[in-house]
Design a protein around this ligand. Structure first.
Ligand code: SF4
Length: 670
């Protein structure tokens, strides 16, 4: 890690390394003020070794902000902001606020006022039409930016970042899609850049020549008719000329239909956007989006694609990532798995950010370090799924001695199912991390042990276990419908784990996450792999159209049946849309509002919930994905026979991975 952890400068700002915590909306400041939750969150990241923290975003006014946002639009926030700065500085990191104005992405319900934008084009995010900014109002917004920057300087921040990406106000001015003005702020690219450049110039004037200014830009809007890397390069060159000190390059807008940070985006996929900009400016460029490991970060720097690396979610997952990487302990890093379930999905639900893999996120101020137990206990855990292992990890850190009995030959339980579909392998990294963390802490995981009540009672008696925790997970359920001989009926779990093979004409019963995952796995069968695609593309062997067809149309005909309205309703908002798009792309038929009445020799008899019409859909294989039930027999048998017995995870009640991990953490620190 010689480049990543080498000191570097942004303008006059000396940084201890090239790792930047990019801004992330946290929702921790319900009153706009800095509080202990925010301070301790960032203190932990600074202590973890990151070079620069960009606090994102900080509202520069009251017409363009978001829920729970830290505000920097009034002098009364300065003392709190100074406390935050001091906490981060005390840990050796530098800190800048991101100056945030959302324009037409602001929902009027949050501000009590209509949102504003260059032109009154309805927002796809809010469904609302913004008010067009007059030239007088534009001047006011520019003043709000420069006043906020001045406040940042007064509070002791080390610079500021201007938000000019992701479809927020400045990018709305830059784009011909959202800027249809005919005054000096609209028209050709040069005119559309005027607002962003005036913001940068006003800030430079307010803070003086030496205060670092970073601008976050979209490397490509990924919106039809909007700016690409070409326009972004021109904007960045102009920014350099007005005295901006670094460019932070992210991907597309929030409304893009090209996934930006979901699990299916290949790691480092968008580093080329930063490289495009780096080629035309001489100020430092920060590359971001799905750069989740120090090894990948180092590669990007080594290849000269960027000067700094931005990470946000990986530092949520593990604030100690930089220190661990510097100490050569990369295999101890708790991985961000790109699920968005605790972070982005929470923000969409107007809830503060948490993290699926790290139950401490946002709770640093109330939890502190895991406390040592006054008395060491001997604990037996049954099941090495995510709940069992997270419990074991935390209980061991408390000082207990933990043994796990696992029925199968590998750790992770249902994480293996979640990791099975294409582009979902990150769930497997979580299983690996938990197993490796347990192993390093000295948790004894014994595989291929099928626990019975008698075995547990004997072990408690003979080996002196003080506590038994049942984490035996769940099993798939069978429907109570007539199933005729003839058609192959399989459980989705068996298909996902490769234990069973389907025919060519497959019906999946159940359109929840497991059904969608199974459909996507089967839809890949017979499509081009990436190696072949690369070869064919480089040889110009097929047309783009034919390559697309070969990539998306496999050998199987797949139908997903769902009883109620909507497919994939239990998938988080930030991921669901792209999975539904994948189903469409692969021509998977999705039929919601249809109840399965019978599985017949020739297919599935269904009834429409709307008009009660019935029909048989032919199939040679029926895959069941209708849910799971707790595997709690051991717990039920042992109740009343053991003093200190508890049940966690899916064994208590089927739940999402996030809930299983968080509850296991809570049980572990008890
Ligand atoms: Fe990463 Fe998921 Fe945690 Fe978000 S919730 S930081 S995506 S692991």
């Amino acid at each position: 890690m010689s480049i990543l952890f080498s000191p570097a400068k942004i303008g006059t700002l000396q940084l201890r390394n090239r790792l930047v915590m990019t801004p992330m909306h946290l929702g921790y400041s319900p009153k706009g003020e800095v509080n202990d939750q925010l301070i301790e969150f960032y203190r932990a990241r600074a202590r973890g070794g990151v070079g620069l923290i960009i606090v994102g975003g900080c509202g520069i006014d009251r017409i363009g902000n978001a829920f729970g946002m830290t505000q920097i639009d009034d002098d009364r926030y300065i003392p709190g902001l100074r406390q935050l700065v001091d906490a981060v500085h005390a840990e050796g990191a530098k800190i800048v606020p991101q100056l945030y104005q959302a324009g037409r992405y602001t929902h009027s319900a949050l501000t009590g006022k209509p949102s504003v934008a260059p032109s009154p084009i309805p927002s796809k995010l809010t469904g609302q039409t913004p008010e067009e900014l007059t030239e007088e109002k534009i001047k006011e917004v520019i003043d709000s930016f420069s006043n906020a920057a001045k406040r940042a300087q007064t509070a002791g921040f080390d610079g500021v970042e201007i938000l000019a990406s992701a479809g927020y106000l400045i990018s709305q001015f830059l784009s011909p899609v959202t800027n249809q003005r005919t005054d000096r702020y609209g028209g050709d690219l040069e005119a559309r850049m005027t607002f962003g450049l005036e913001v940068a110039e006003a800030i430079r004037k307010a803070v003086g020549p030496d205060f670092p200014i970073i601008v976050r830009v979209a490397g490509n809007d990924f919106v039809p008719g909007s700016n690409t890397n070409t326009e972004s390069r021109a904007f960045c060159q102009a920014l350099e000329k007005v005295g901006v000190n670094a460019i932070n390059v992210t991907g597309g807008w929030h409304e893009t239909q090209v996934p930006q940070i979901t699990m299916n985006v290949p790691p480092g996929a968008y580093a080329y956007l930063a490289h495009g900009i780096k080629q035309v400016v001489s100020i430092p460029v920060i590359a971001c989006n799905r750069i989740k490991t120090p090894e990948l970060a180092e590669n990007i720097l080594e290849e000269g694609l960027a000067d700094f690396i931005g990470m946000a979610r990986p530092l949520l997952a593990d604030p100690e990532l930089p220190n661990k990487a510097m100490n050569g302990e990369t295999d101890s890093i708790r991985p961000c798995i790109g699920c968005n379930q605790g972070c982005l999905d929470n923000i969409f639900r107007l809830k503060p950010v948490s993290c699926l893999v790290n139950a401490e996120v946002g709770r640093e101020f109330e939890l502190g370090p895991i406390p040592q137990s006054a008395q060491t206990q001997k604990v037996l855990v049954i099941g090495a799924g995510c709940a069992g292992m997270e419990f074991a990890r935390v209980a061991t850190l408390r000082g207990h001695k933990v043994t796990i009995w696992e029925e199968s030959g590998q750790p992770g339980g249902q994480l293996a199912l979640a990791a099975a579909p294409p582009d979902r392998q990150d769930f497997g990294y979580l299983a690996n991390y938990l197993a490796s963390a347990c192993q390093k802490l000295g948790v004894a995981i014994q595989y291929n042990v099928k626990a019975t009540s008698d075995m547990i009672l004997t072990a408690v008696q003979k080996e002196g276990y003080n506590r038994v925790v049942i984490a035996t997970g769940a099993r798939p359920i069978m429907p109570s419908i007539k199933i005729e001989e003839g058609v192959r009926v399989l459980q989705a779990w068996d298909v996902l784990l490769g234990r069973e093979k389907t025919g060519q004409n497959v019906i999946i019963v159940g359109g929840g996450a497991v059904g969608v995952d199974t459909a996507l796995l089967l839809a890949e069968a017979g499509t081009l792999n990436s190696e072949t695609l690369r070869f064919l593309m480089l040889q110009h062997a097929e047309t783009d159209q034919e390559l697309y067809r070969l990539l998306t149309q496999g050998s199987k005909k797949i139908t997903v049946l769902e009883m109620v309205k909507g497919i994939g309703r239990d998938i988080g908002a930030s991921t669901r849309w792209s999975m539904l798009a994948d189903l469409k792309r692969h021509k998977v038929s999705c039929l919601d509002n249809h109840t399965v009445l019978e599985i017949r020799a020739d297919g599935v008899l269904v009834e429409s919930t709307g008009d009660s019409t019935q029909k048989v859909i032919p199939a040679d294989t029926v895959v069941l994905a209708i849910g799971s039930c707790s595997q709690n027999e051991l717990y039920n048998n042992l109740q009343g026979k053991l003093e200190n017995l508890s049940i966690i995870g899916d064994a208590a009640k089927p739940r999402k991975v996030l809930d299983a991990i968080h509850e296991a953490y809570a049980e572990g620190i008890k």
